[in-house]
Design a binder for this molecule. Structure first.
Ligand SMILES: Cc1ncc(COP(=O)(O)O)c(C=O)c1O
Length: 487
């Protein structure tokens, strides 16, 4: 923390000296998306784990790239990625239970690599104004698998851009500009996406004013209910809380009266699963005031939660749905916005006029990725192996006092680390220690919100691999807690 503050002061000194701009009180944003890339524990791990080759490359990386939280300086160097595995420059292999949620079908799937190579031979690019068969085939496929009547599509290169398109469409369709979204959500790094996002890291005062009219409410988070209601075993007492989190969305929608859209992740990537009935209540509130509902399924879409889309669990169909990440099969960048046909309202304007809008190679990759997910039964695999994993994690929770909460669906799993169950005090340093012990054992994942171990394996992970990963995790938790005298 002291170091981060010193760095920030240096940035601000530089800014004020070079551009004589006024500045706010130094402020270190709360860590949220991932674990700190500047912590002492990270340095300690790196000193023991990284060989000369990795260190040289990391130093160069840190010299060449603009530094940013959770990204540069990097953790380590990888030289190979195959199936659910990544391999570092020292030849150590890790089960990748992070993968940015882009590796649904595993890394380097042979069928995908062949489809991409064949497509490059046939038609490597389509300049704007031209259609091509892979783009229309993908659009057709997405209409087939998307919930309800979502059947009109636009492609973008990344998720953040797709969020921008969805926001613009909602504005155009409603003639309004305001949004309601959730604190702690991440929707991408663009200005629109940062504005509806709810993380300090992306909304800092360093970048100045964000979009106007972007209202935020507290999210559902039953283990740590922002409204203060108690939970039992991570579950809410709905008789008591009366789902205040959903009611607050309605409250703000009604008070504002002219909101264009509610945008949210149907299952929060932290992760947090909504209480039953949450999305039906929000859908109804949106309908009552004429607001669009946009679901950001960028990490959760295409099977991550054990259904094709996370909102399928809730039986709620949004007006717009955004997906990305895994859509490119862990090789190429592509994202998509799906819309109800009635939202095709801006034909005289251009909201998604991207260079790679109808790229035959990225669209072929996305189409083949979906075919692989279907043909290999990967959604079903995520559901069954995920249920097995969740049961094992609950069992671990019963035995280990430093696990406060276990939650998730399919292959979106979270283990919240606390000093003890009774106090629920977040144990960020312990969580970090567990992460680095797991890396030493051959398992990679991410920490969210400081103390939640977030496991998002590719959908190809077998029960055997899952058990192996959970064995590594359990030993790491046990050893890290013991070393602090917590068990
Ligand atoms: C929920 C969510 N929305 C949007 C994004 C942004 O996607 P991209 O990084 O492709 O711009 C992400 C990426 O992590 C995400 O998790």
């Amino acid at each position: 923390m002291a170091e981060a503050l010193a760095r920030l002061r240096e940035t601000i000194r530089f800014r004020s000296e070079t551009r004589a701009m006024p500045f706010e009180t130094p402020h270190v944003p709360a860590q949220s998306e991932g674990e700190s890339n500047a912590s002492p524990r990270r340095r300690e791990w790196a000193a023991g784990a990284l060989g000369e080759t990795s260190q040289r490359l990391l130093d160069e990386d840190a010299r060449l790239f603009l530094h940013q939280s959770v990204s540069t300086p990097c953790l380590s160097v990888i030289v190979r990625a195959e199936g659910p595995w990544i391999e570092d420059a020292e030849g150590r292999r890790y089960l990748d239970f992070h993968g940015n949620n882009a590796h649904h079908i595993g890394y380097g799937h042979p069928r995908l690599k062949k489809a991409i190579a064949d497509q490059m031979d046939l038609l490597p690019f389509a300049p704007r104004r031209f259609s091509c068969e892979p783009a229309t085939a993908l659009a057709r496929k997405l209409a087939e698998i998307s919930p309800g009547d979502l059947s009109k599509v636009l492609f973008t290169t990344g998720g953040s851009d797709a969020v921008e398109v969805a926001l613009k469409l909602a504005r155009a369709a409603t003639g309004r500009f305001k949004t309601v979204s959730f604190w702690d959500a991440f929707h991408g790094a663009g200005f629109g996406a940062s504005s509806v996002g709810g993380e300090q890291l992306f909304r800092s005062n360093l970048i100045g004013p964000l979009l106007a009219g972007t209202e935020h409410v507290a999210p559902f988070a039953c283990y740590r209910c922002p409204y203060g209601y108690p939970e039992t075993d991570g579950k809410p007492d709905l008789n008591l809380c009366k789902m205040t989190c959903a009611n607050m969305v309605r409250y703000v929608l009604e008070k504002e009266g002219d909101v264009a859209a509610v945008i949210a992740e149907p299952a929060r990537a932290v992760p947090y699963i909504p209480p039953p009935g949450f999305w039906a209540a929000v859908r109804q509130a949106c309908d009552d005031v004429g607001a669009m509902l946009i679901f950001d399924e960028i990490p959760t879409g295409l099977g991550k939660t054990g259904r094709m889309f996370a909102c399928d669990h809730d039986g709620v169909v949004p007006d717009l749905l955004v997906m990305g990440k895994g859509l490119g099969g862990g090789i190429l960048p592509i994202a998509a916005v799906m819309a109800r046909p009635g939202l095709d309202v801006a034909g005289d304007y251009a909201f998604g006029h991207y260079t790679h809008e109808k790229n035959p190679v990225t669209t072929r990759a996305a189409l083949t990725t979906i075919e692989i997910i279907e043909d290999e039964g990967l959604v079903e695999n995520a559901a069954t192996v995920g249920a097995h994993a969740l049961a094992r994690l609950h069992d671990m929770k019963d035995r280990l006092d430093v696990i406060g909460d276990v939650r998730g669906r399919g292959f979106l799993l979270g283990v919240e680390i606390v000093t003890d169950k009774a106090s629920k005090e977040p144990a960020a340093e312990l969580a970090e220690d567990i992460l680095y012990r797991c890396l030493d054992g051959g398992l990679s994942f991410k920490i969210s919100m400081g103390n939640t171990l977030t496991l998002t394996p590719p959908l190809v992970v077998t029960q055997y691999q899952m058990d192996h990963a959970l064995d590594i995790l359990e030993s790491a938790i046990d050893e890290a807690a013991r070393s602090r005298g917590l068990i």
